[in-house]
Design a binder for this molecule. Structure first.
Ligand code: NOJ
Length: 893
């Protein structure tokens, strides 16, 4: 059976097999509530009040008490919170209130409320908050409208289909699906509401990973679903929908971790989303501000992305199927032999005895210390797979300890739930419990993973939806219970974040000084996961469509505040052609924050050195490009740690007022400076580029670009364009890069691209890339500005000291685009850590009409002066000669 499941899993990864998963009509909560008729809800105006800046009022159903209360507030960060609660505490006990989980929501931010005031005007209640925001509630029909000034941001319950099922007395019958049974301990629990955005041109994006275009089209007869499963593009959920157009930028955060369906429709004057979740609360946060501010605020609420260790931006080599230490060491040597950079080597399930987490196969990997040292000696890292299931073996130390502490999730009868995964029968930790999480975190301490750990060893939390073989939809049955009797139905999409949050805690605490940045890769995630982990899109396949859509996935994840993502380069299953692999390397080098080649054991080996000739050259060149851009990636990555904004953003983020930009999903802007238009299709010789306003240069040649461009491409090319007005740091690599730490202290080249006023600016941020010393001011953070023909370097913040590794860092040259048709190079050495000014002298460029004429006048004037002086000297000399001749003539006589 397990084998059958295995085959099924592997086969199904080739093409999404949606049939395994239940559709809306297969589940009562969705089927019944999606088709409800208009429901008669209203607000009891006699019950309303404002206490501690929270508006509340009872909700009536058919004019009778419903047991539901409406709470509304405005957070000081500006967003509106609309929440429907239960009045009966007993009823609340079987629901899980995710808004109180600090791993997801910052409790200070969510409780820091703006002052609101309320007034009654005719048949409506008006609540006024800060930033010109107001909320209007009407009865008959019950409608909530959020406004900013006179502009309506959103209308809730336009369709009068609000759902809040709650009644402990109703018993639901067991259901069967695919040969499995599911029970319901607490009766119906669904919640749902429709939200209309009054602009029919808005595109809907976000809602985390899914193998689709960034802009989500209207749903068909089947709504979209977000429930974490072991299936490509279904592993996690960030229920944050972004509605964007030239006129609108609204975000709707549906704070609900249960199985969720959503419909999207375009109406005559609006677009709407209707969420329907199996449990939890209607808890909805509505943002309305420019995109960057919104991401900043959303990541204040859910947490800023963890400070990335620098090696995470380097190249990662992985494969399910590296079976022996010999094989692994040979591969690492090949990278050096072929001058290919490598930062992280990954060990998949193959290295675990019996495929079990916290075990190690000492037969096939006889000397792990040697392997770890080999990597450490070259400043490289090892990442080990560490799944969440614990095999029920008598000799599995971690399982036995958890068992003795009664730490597993339970069946209805109170026994431990036992499922099946790689090692066979396994139980699953009850990670909702803080004690369990804290105990689990200690498993990552050095003395708890004997022999096979070190400061350069990190972990990969896979299968954490969780994946449970031979169960309905391949995960926990929903009736499995946590220790407080809450069903996993209420918490399902949180299992991943509970897993990697504890791993993160363990990796921080394993060092006495707690001063090393953890690196974790997780497959499942929820809003807030960005605080602890990186993620990737799981088991994709070698296909051009997958390559193309992956860019959309990563842009969406960035909009959802989770910037550090990537996809298996080359595809997890299947075998990419040389051309597809090259294009994938190029795409990753420029647009994936996480750049890892990984595949399934049935795929052919595809390590880049196995290729020859043009393909090898192109792969190597793509990798080198990544390392040339390292300072840019790292700067943008550390800025993401402060702002939440991803190093890569879709075009509309920078040019929201241009309608066309909202539909550009095949291009991306890297670090606000480089427009990347990667080749995403087979046999392509030309790529169409949509140029935003402003001055743009070919990234490689510095040639000024036309507004709409079609560029020719060879296999070697990744079209990219430098934004006029920006200055970026590059490593020009005089010798082959081996890894990020080796590149970090190398000399920097500044690439300066002039805008229409001959100005530009940019930043560089560098630190040791590994520790938290940056929090004490140990970093270099410089702003470069070009103005009045002078480039200046100034410190941005008060650094206390420069990390040792950067002590001798210099800028060795400055390349300027826009002075001439070709780049102008200034060879000069500048200390990266000091303030300096440097005068560049340039002539008017015919492409750049608005440019100042001063330089040319100065030049002409100087030449005139020079000619004048020469003439005067010549005249004087001539006169002197004449006089001399006359004198000699006189003397002769
Ligand atoms: C599933 C993961 O998605 C995949 O990347 C990994 O290789 C396998 N599990 C085996 O561990």
């Amino acid at each position: 059976m397990m084998l059958l499941f295995l085959i099924f899993t592997i086969e199904s990864t080739k093409l999404p097999n949606w049939d395994v998963f239940r559709k809306c009509d297969d589940m009562r909560f969705c089927k019944v509530n999606r088709n409800i008729q208009i429901d008669d809800w209203s607000l009891d105006y006699n019950s309303i009040n404002i206490t501690n800046n929270i508006f509340s009022g009872s909700i009536l159903y058919q004019n009778k008490e419903s047991g539901i209360i409406l709470n509304m507030s405005q957070l000081k960060i500006g967003c509106i919170r609309i929440r429907f609660d239960l009045t009966d505490e007993n009823e609340s006990n079987y629901r899980y209130d995710i808004s109180k989980l600090d791993l997801v929501i910052d409790q200070t931010i969510i409780n820091d409320l703006a002052k609101i005031e309320m007034q009654k005007e005719g048949n409506q209640i008006i609540i006024k908050g800060i930033n010109d925001i107001s909320i209007i509630i009407k009865n008959d029909p019950f409608l909530i409208t959020v406004k900013k000034g006179d502009r309506v941001i959103s209308n809730l319950n336009v369709d009068e289909q609000l759902v809040f099922e709650h009644n402990l007395n109703i018993k639901l019958p067991d259901v069967e699906y695919g040969g499995f049974t599911e029970s319901f301990a607490y009766g119906p629990t669904a919640v749902g509401i429709d939200i209309h955005i009054p602009d029919r041109t808005v595109r809907f994006s976000g809602m985390s990973e899914t193998d689709m275009n960034m802009n989500i089209p209207d749903s068909t007869s089947e709504p979209y679903r977000r429930n974490a499963f072991d299936h490509y593009s279904m592993y996690g959920s960030i229920p944050f929908l972004i509605a964007h157009s030239a006129k609108t930028n609204t975000g709707v955060f549906w704070l609900n971790p249960t199985d969720t369906f959503f419909d999207i429709r375009t109406m005559s004057s609006s677009r709407k989303v209707r969420f329907l979740s199996e449990g939890g609360y209607i808890d909805c946060l509505i943002f309305d501000e420019d995109m960057k501010t919104m991401i900043d605020h959303f990541t204040q609420l859910t947490g800023k992305p963890a400070a990335p260790p620098i090696f995470a931006f380097g190249y990662s080599q992985s494969r399910w199927g590296y079976k022996t230490q010999d094989e692994v060491e040979t591969i690492i040597d090949k990278f050096d032999e072929y001058e290919l950079p490598l930062d992280i080597f990954w060990l998949d399930v193959d290295h675990l005895k019996g495929s079990a987490p916290f075990e190690f196969n000492h037969e096939t990997f006889p000397d792990p210390d040697k392997l770890i040292k080999k990597l450490a000696d070259n400043k490289r890292y090892l990442v080990r797979l560490c799944d969440i299931h614990l095999p029920t073996w008598e000799d599995h130390k971690v399982y036995q300890e958890a068992k003795s502490k009664d730490y597993f999730v339970k069946n209805i009868d109170g026994s431990d739930f036992v499922g099946n995964c790689w090692p066979g029968k396994s139980s699953y930790l009850d990670l909702l419990d803080e004690d369990v999480r804290s105990w689990y975190s200690t498993q990552f301490y050095y003395n708890n993973i004997p022999d096979v750990t070190a400061p350069n060893v990190f972990f990969w939390n896979d299968m954490n939806e969780p994946s449970v073989f031979e169960q309905m939809e391949g995960t926990f049955p929903k009736h499995v219970q946590h220790r407080n009797k809450i069903e996993v139905r209420e918490t399902h999409n949180l299992y991943g974040i509970l897993n990697h949050a504890s791993t993160y805690e363990g990796l921080i605490n394993r060092n006495e000084d707690k001063n090393s940045r953890p690196f974790i890769l997780t497959r499942s995630f929820f809003a807030g996961s960005q605080k602890f982990s990186w993620t990737w899109t799981g088991d994709n396949y070698a296909d051009w469509g997958v390559l193309k859509r992956s860019l959309s996935v990563h842009m969406n994840m960035g909009l959802n505040g989770f910037p550090f993502t990537g996809s298996d380069v080359g595809g997890f299953t299947g075998d990419p052609s040389g051309e597809l692999l090259v294009r994938w390397f190029q795409l990753a080098a420029f647009t994936y924050p996480f750049f890892r080649e990984h595949c399934y054991y049935g795929s052919e080996y595809r390590e880049p050195y196995l290729f020859e000739g043009e393909i090898f050259n192109c792969l190597q060149e793509a990798m080198y490009k990544r390392y040339r851009l390292l300072a840019l990636w790292y700067t943008a990555g550390m800025m993401a740690n402060r702002t939440g904004i991803s190093p890569i953003v879709p075009m509309f983020v920078e040019w929201p007022e241009i309608d066309e930009m909202h539909d550009v999903t095949h291009q991306v802007l890297l670090a606000e400076s480089i427009l990347v238009a990667p080749v995403l299709e087979e046999n392509v010789t030309e790529v169409d580029v949509i140029m935003p306003p402003g001055v743009w240069y070919d990234f490689y040649t510095g040639i000024l670009q036309n507004k709409t461009s079609s560029v020719n491409v060879s296999l070697m090319d990744t079209p990219a364009f430098m934004r006029g007005g920006k200055i970026i740091p590059l490593y020009l690599l005089d010798s082959a890069p081996t890894n990020t730490r080796n590149v970090l202290p190398r000399p920097i080249t500044l690439l300066v691209a002039l805008d229409e006023n001959n100005e530009s600016e940019g930043i560089i941020y560098l630190d040791d890339g590994l520790s938290f010393n940056f929090q004490k001011g140990e970093f270099i953070f410089r702003k470069f500005t070009l103005k009045n023909m002078t480039i200046t370097s100034r410190r941005v913040e008060n650094e206390t000291s420069v990390p040792d590794v950067l002590n001798n860092s210099i800028i060795e040259q400055i390349i300027v685009y826009g002075i001439d048709d070709r780049p102008v190079i200034f060879q000069n050495s500048f200390n990266l850590c000091e303030d300096w000014d440097f005068q560049v002298f340039f002539m008017k460029n015919s492409h750049n009409e608005k440019r100042s004429n001063a330089p040319i006048y100065i030049l002409i004037a100087s030449i005139c002066v020079l000619i004048g002086i020469t003439l005067i000297i010549l005249i004087i000399k001539r006169n002197m000669k004449k006089k001399q001749d006359q004198y000699e003539e006189i003397n002769k006589h």
